[in-house]
Every structure is written in structure tokens, then in C-alpha cells.
Write a protein that binds this ligand. Structure first.
Ligand code: NAD
Ligand code: TYD
Length: 356
């Protein structure tokens, strides 16, 4: 097989969208290494599970023997690292998994990449890329009138999640600087779209609304996030992989700052139009203000001019078009929601593949 890339975490939200879009847009083989934690679901990749260009391997980025075996067998020209523990609230309740995967896992992966890259021919070495997918949360929280985060913003992570991602970003940078490994880092704002596990804000609100449950808004709901449609993010990563300069960082954002409460109200508005409540009332009636998240970052916003200037990427979707697509997708895919939420599909995979 030629022209193969390896992605990690390709059964998660962004990774699965990336795998699907890679096969659609590039048509080249992709090896997908994923541990299948609660956040990883092969159900999301059902349509490509029998496509010979998609090679799925269940494994941990921290398992050197597994990663080395993959590199030996497939000889990729690039590795894109999506694998991570990614939910801030979970990191507050139990940070250990975040340190294990995001810090130690990335370290082990980098060690394998370094060993593999060192043995490549000089042409292959020049072509090789390690792209690390990170987050705007490493830059901390903005005040209302601060300029958006740029690639030069200071690292000030506030949650165990963002601290663990910051640590991984530093390791990636150091491997570029010290060993000359051709690394690229992207720091992205909040993604939304199809296939997002329904514990994050947007899918949780859609699903709770439809199930006539409360819509829990943390604190005063005035926190701001910069929303980016997931397929726009995938396109940006593909472009950075091809056109990014080694050791550079690229911020990726939606130019789309929005208060949480406004996001929830827009979701309610779309659902009122697309699937009105039987009693004729608005889904807005289900909104409840609940106790705030400890250490809750007030505002994130990304200045995405560098990637536009140097690589020519900018988002295609507006929040309006992207949110409509997203709500529509969830309305049509409640079976997916139920399976990933109960773990039913994962249990089946365990039963079917666990002892093979
Ligand atoms: P996700 O939680 O939906 O998926 C993570 C995937 O990684 C899952 O499939 C999981 O099984 C897998 N995984 C976890 N630990 C692993 C390990 N040790 N080895 C192999 N696989 C493992 O996350 P996501 O939202 O798709 O985010 C992907 C990446 O993008 C993460 O690195 C995250 O920090 C970053 N990011 C996410 C957002 C966002 O809004 N979702 C924004 C910016 C950056
Ligand atoms: P989330 O989707 O967890 O992403 P992140 O914390 O990484 O930005 O949350 C997005 C915003 O929505 C964040 O400010 C927390 C808030 N939020 C709620 O108000 N209620 C909820 O039930 C959830 C999950 C999040």
C-alpha cells in the first residue's frame, strides 16, 4: 500500500469525521488506531468498515509494540494525532486518564515516530509529517475585550484537560526543536457537527430537548465559545498536512463567537421549527440554570488569520448553516445516539472482537 497515513483516535468525534472526509476527498488508504474508550464508536465508521482503504486497529497510542508494528507494516508518510481524553467535566472528576493518554500516550507515540522517522531515507524524512491536534483551551480564558488567541498567545491552561493538552503540545514542539522531527500543531476552537458524543454542549442539548429533559446551562450561560463546524476543521487539517511548515503552529477557528445561552436558544428555535413539541410549547421552557463548572473558562476565541494567509483555509459553514445541518443529523440519527450512549454497540464489539 502506498501513500498511507495513520490517524489516532479516528473512532471519536473529529477523528471519525476526518476518516470519512479523507476517504471521500483524498481516496487514499488510512490506518486508524483507536483504543475505543467510551468516546470511540465504530458505529460512526460503519459505512467504511468494509472499505479496504480503511484499516482499523484497536490499540493504545501508549502501546509501543502496537504502534511500532503499525509503522513497520504500513510505512506511513504522516501521522495525525487526534487520540485524547477530551471532556473538561470528566477531567475535573477524574484527571488521571487525561495524564495517561494526553501526556504519557503522546510521549510514547512521539518516541515511536522518532524511531521510525530516524530510519527513513532522506527523501522520506523530508516528506514525513507528525500533525498534533490540539485545542484553544491551552491559552486559558479571555476577558470580554481581549483580542482573540493567536499563535503567540501565552499558554495558561486552567483545567486538568487543557493542562494535559498543553503538556502534549510542549512535547511535540520539543521533538521538532531537539530531534528535527517534522511536526505540525493545530490549536482549534470548539467543534460541533454530526457524530459528537452526546455529553458535549450542542448534542447534549439537542438530545435532552427531544427527550423533554431539562437543558442544563452552567452558571449564567454568558460564557463564550468560538464554534467551528467539524468538516471545516477536517479540511483545515488536510490543508495543514500538505501545506504547513514544519515546527509551525496553526490556530483554527470559526470566526464565530457565541454565548452558551444563545447557542441553546438557537437549538430550541431550530427544534421548534423542525420537530415541534406535541404540546405546542417551545423547547426553551426546558432551559434550567445549574451550578457552574469549577474554574469555568469565560471566553475562548481564535484569530485564524495565519492559516488563511499562509495556507488559504477559511471555514465554509456559518453557524446558522452548520447548526441546522447538525440538528437535522441528530433528528435522523437517534439510533446512533442511543447505541453510543448506552454503550450497546461497544458491548457488541467487545463480545464479537474481544477474544479474537
Ligand atoms: P473524542 O473524545 O470524541 O474522541 C477521542 C478518541 O480517542 C476516541 O475515539 C477514543 O477512543 C480515542 N482514544 C482515547 N484514548 C486513546 C488512547 N490512549 N489510544 C488510542 N485512542 C484513544 O475527542 P474529539 O472531540 O474527537 O477530539 C479529538 C482531538 O481534538 C482531541 O485531541 C481534542 O483534544 C482535540 N480538540 C477537540 C475539540 C472539540 O471541540 N471536540 C476542539 C479542539 C481540539
Ligand atoms: P463543552 O461542550 O463541554 O466544551 P468545552 O468545555 O471544552 O468548551 O462545553 C461548552 C460550553 O458549554 C462550556 O462553556 C460549558 C457549557 N456547558 C453547559 O452550560 N452545560 C452543559 O451541560 C455542558 C456539557 C456544557
Amino acid at each position: 500500500m502506498e501513500d498511507v497515513i495513520v490517524v489516532t483516535g479516528g473512532a471519536g468525534f473529529i477523528g471519525a469525521n476526518f476518516v470519512l472526509s479523507w476517504l471521500e476527498e483524498e481516496g487514499r488508504a488510512i490506518v486508524n488506531l483507536d483504543k475505543l474508550t467510551y468516546a470511540g464508536n465504530l458505529r460512526s465508521l460503519e459505512q467504511v468498515m468494509s472499505d479496504e482503504r480503511h484499516i482499523f486497529i484497536r490499540g493504545d497510542i501508549g502501546d509501543r509494540a502496537c504502534v511500532e508494528g503499525i509503522f513497520r507494516m504500513y510505512r506511513p508518510w504522516a501521522v495525525v494525532n487526534f487520540a485524547a481524553e477530551s471532556h473538561v467535566d470528566r477531567s475535573i472528576h477524574g484527571p488521571r486518564d487525561f495524564i495517561e493518554t494526553n501526556v504519557l500516550g503522546t510521549f510514547e507515540l512521539l518516541e515511536c515516530v522518532r524511531a521510525y522517522w530516524t530510519e527513513l531515507s532522506s527523501d522520506e524524512k523530508r516528506r514525513f509529517r507528525f500533525l498534533h491536534v490540539s485545542t484553544d483551551e491551552v491559552y486559558g480564558s479571555l476577558h470580554p475585550n481581549d483580542p482573540p488567541f493567536s499563535e503567540e498567545s501565552r499558554y495558561q491552561p486552567n483545567s486538568p484537560y487543557s493542562a494535559s493538552k498543553a503538556a502534549s503540545d510542549h512535547l511535540v514542539r520539543a521533538y521538532g526543536h531537539t530531534y528535527g522531527l517534522p511536526v505540525l500543531t493545530t490549536n482549534c476552537s470548539n467543534n460541533y457537527g454530526p457524530l459528537q458524543f452526546p455529553e458535549k454542549l450542542i448534542p447534549l442539548m439537542i438530545v435532552n430537548a427531544l427527550e423533554l429533559k431539562e437543558l442544563p446551562v452552567y452558571g449564567d450561560g454568558q460564557q463564550i465559545r468560538d464554534w467551528l463546524y467539524v468538516r471545516d476543521h477536517c479540511a483545515a487539517i488536510r490543508m495543514v498536512l500538505r501545506g504547513g511548515r514544519p515546527s509551525e503552529v496553526y490556530n483554527i477557528g470559526g470566526w464565530n463567537e457565541m454565548k452558551n445561552l444563545d447557542v441553546v436558544e438557537r437549538i430550541c428555535g431550530l427544534l421548534d421549527e423542525m420537530k415541534p413539541r406535541a404540546d405546542g410549547k417551545s423547547y426553551r421552557e426546558q432551559i434550567r440554570f445549574v451550578k457552574d463548572r469549577p474554574g469555568h473558562d469565560r471566553r475562548y476565541a481564535i484569530n485564524a488569520s495565519k492559516i488563511q494567509r499562509e495556507i488559504g483555509w477559511k471555514p465554509k459553514e456559518t453557524f446558522e448553516s452548520g447548526l441546522r445541518k447538525t440538528v437535522e443529523w441528530y433528528l435522523n440519527n437517534m439510533e446512533w445516539v442511543n447505541e453510543v450512549r448506552t454503550g450497546a454497540y461497544r458491548d457488541w464489539i467487545e463480545k464479537n472482537y474481544g477474544s479474537r
